[in-house]
Design a protein around this ligand. Sequence first.
Ligand code: FES
Length: 163
Amino acid sequence: MAEEAAHTEGGIRGIIQAYPREKRFILPLMQDIQKEYNYLPREALLTIANHVGVPFSKVYSMATFYKAFSLTPKGRYNIRVCDGTACHIKNSAVLIDQIYNNLGIKPGETTGDGMFSLETVNCLGACAIAPVVMVNEMVHPKVSSSGILDVIKRYKGGSDDAN
Ligand code: FES
């Protein structure tokens, strides 16, 4: 574990040092780190703040402002269940229950093996195909309570673009 942390730290430093020490690069820096590690470790925010010469609080508030960033580790597959009105009417809550029954995670949690994390969102802008589930960037339309189990099964198989 300590080895992994050191590896992550070295990788983060490498990403940060590749950017000029200018404030305008805070966002792209965070995007690169989020992409590489699926979240923004606190250490990374501190290093960014030092690198571009702004207070930690500024970097932190940017990281919490944008929904695309996560401050906690996410799974390889981030499942987003839409729980907006249209999806809620079509039983999105059942999908959340099914995920809990199958993977043992609730919204905001990640499986112990780091494979899956779950979050709910308000509206994905695709109400006509409710209920909608996204896994990473892949949209799964009209997901039934048994369909969500098929979706999970396919990702368990390790396919990055299961649909
Ligand atoms: S409410 Fe789910 S896509 Fe709009």
